[in-house]
Design a protein around this ligand. Structure first.
Ligand SMILES: CC(C)(COP(=O)(O)OP(=O)(O)OC[C@H]1O[C@@H](n2cnc3c(N)ncnc32)[C@H](O)[C@@H]1OP(=O)(O)O)[C@@H](O)C(=O)NCCC(=O)NCCS
Length: 434
């Protein structure tokens, strides 16, 4: 058994009594209430999920296993001579709650190399799809196609005990994670680079290998290490995390669950927003004949967008009430590597222009930028300009968090999810309208 899996076993055994005690001794304690607004309005703020992988404070932003983004980036081991940490180390952190040593992280790097071969039928399936299929559809289909490999299903069919289910869930999750960068880069090169896929490099880590298979030079590898870590998890109520968790609660395996989560990520109000931002900014550039917009032109464009009933992409958030620290981390990367880039300058100018406009507009509860306001501009700079593809890279990162969550769901024996719905008549009776 790998050191990571052994460590996870110890952590799971330590954790289980806490969940059992909470349920047994405090199961009836009220921790929140639900209003009509929440029932109709997408369950905002209803406290009804439990995860220890990450926590999103509205003002502070995300903490991975209790650590802020700067703390996480500082404490995770880095490949020699690189600025950003091993993605493999972040996998270890999210699964176990501990920062790995250099040796532990290198073990996972090796493990991923052993698990990353993609069966040929996956390429056949992708090739059979029309080439103009959205890359998220291809990505989700590839994950779903791999479901025949599920070790969880094999174990379930043999009658595995509920207490042991986390083990095949872990194996499936690690097998998927190892393959995702290979699948994503294959889709990219097949679709956008004249069908010239590049195979994995035997010596490179998760992030480095992804950059290599994309065919983009350094420091794109460091950017992608950062990108995958930043996009990994945002507690468990967001659409991709919640969907993955919900589907897994039916004891569907990691392939079914992740593919479903990725379909949610593909929505324009969730992961697809990062491509929308770039599309939106470039529409303005095109309108101005390629000229960099002035502050006044940006302001007018924002108002035109709002007045036509559209949202300003990359701004606002369902939980956050300040600038997303994932935005800040990407901004810092830009300040170091592309301070003079025109698109970056426009993104920076938007940071000055949009919040006061959204405040004046008076609708959005959070006028500040989220992660998606920044992701596209850096990809564009490094030559990855096919913005349909951006959500796929978000998906590779997001898989790390949602898979860690469903391994723990099985470890703690979380039951099938089944909230209760009411009818409109019932609500009207409840509030005294009827
Ligand atoms: C992220 C988002 C979906 C959160 O939605 P939410 O929790 O419903 O946000 P709010 O409670 O602040 O929404 C209240 C109102 O403000 C509007 N609003 C929120 N963000 C807005 C934005 N960026 N531009 C314009 N209007 C916005 C909403 O559409 C809603 O309007 P409505 O009452 O007419 O339906 C929303 O802010 C949004 O659409 N942002 C742009 C897309 C984006 O960046 N998505 C990536 C998220 S990581």
């Amino acid at each position: 058994m790998s050191a990571l899996k052994e460590k996870l076993r110890v952590k799971i055994e330590e954790h289980r009594p806490r969940t059992v005690k909470l349920l047994k001794e405090h199961g009836d304690k009220v921790i929140g209430e639900v209003t009509v607004r929440q029932a109709i309005g997408g369950m905002r703020g209803v406290k009804n999920l439990v995860t220890d992988i990450s926590y999103l404070d509205p003002f502070e932003g995300i903490r991975f296993r209790g650590h802020t983004i700067p703390e996480t980036l500082k404490a995770l081991p880095k490949p020699k001579g690189k600025e950003m940490p091993y993605v493999e180390g972040h996998v270890y952190l999210l699964l176990t709650g501990d920062f790995p040593t250099q040796t532990e992280v290198e073990e996972i790097e090796d493990e991923f190399k052993q698990r990353r071969e993609v069966p040929l039928y996956v390429w056949d399936i992708l090739r059979a799809m029309p080439r103009d299929t959205h890359p998220m559809t291809m990505f989700s289909a590839a994950i779903l196609a791999l479901q025949r490999e599920s070790l969880f299903v094999q174990a379930y069919n043999k009658g595995i005990s509920k207490f042991d289910m986390w083990e095949p869930m872990y194996e499936d999750s690690m097998n998927i994670l190892a393959k995702l960068p290979v699948i994503a880069a294959y889709i990219y090169r097949m679709k956008y680079k004249s069908d010239t896929p590049i195979g994995p490099h035997p010596d490179l880590d998760f992030g480095g290998n992804f950059a290599y298979m994309m065919g983009v030079d350094t420091p794109y590898d460091d950017l992608m290490r950062l990108y995958f870590i930043l996009h990994s998890d945002h507690e468990s109520g967001n659409v991709s995390a919640h969907t993955t968790h919900l589907v897994a609660s039916a004891l569907s395996d990691a392939y079914y669950s992740l593919s479903a989560g990725m379909n949610g990520l593909a929505g324009p109000l969730h992961g697809l927003a990062n491509q929308e931002v770039l599309r939106w900014i470039q529409a303005l550039f095109a309108k101005l004949g390629g000229k960099v917009p002035s502050k006044e032109e940006l302001e007018k464009f924002c108002w035109d967008t709002l007045n036509s009933g559209q949202v300003i992409p990359g701004y606002g958030h369902a939980v956050l009430r300040k600038t997303d620290p994932r935005y800040v981390a990407q901004r810092e990367f830009c300040l170091k590597h592309l301070p003079d880039d025109e698109l970056f300058k426009t993104v920076s100018l938007l940071y000055d222009v949009v919040p006061p406009i959204l405040e004046k507009h008076g609708k959005a509860k959070n006028p500040w930028p989220n992660v998606d306001a920044h992701s596209g501009v850096i990809q564009w700079y490094y030559g990855v300009r096919e913005y349909d593809f951006y959500t796929v890279m978000f998906g590779v990162g997001r898989a790390i968090g949602v898979l860690a969550n469903i391994v723990w769901d099985r470890a703690l024996g979380y039951p099938i999810e089944r909230p209760k719905s009411l009818t409109t008549d019932m609500l009207e009776e409840e509030v005294g309208i009827k």
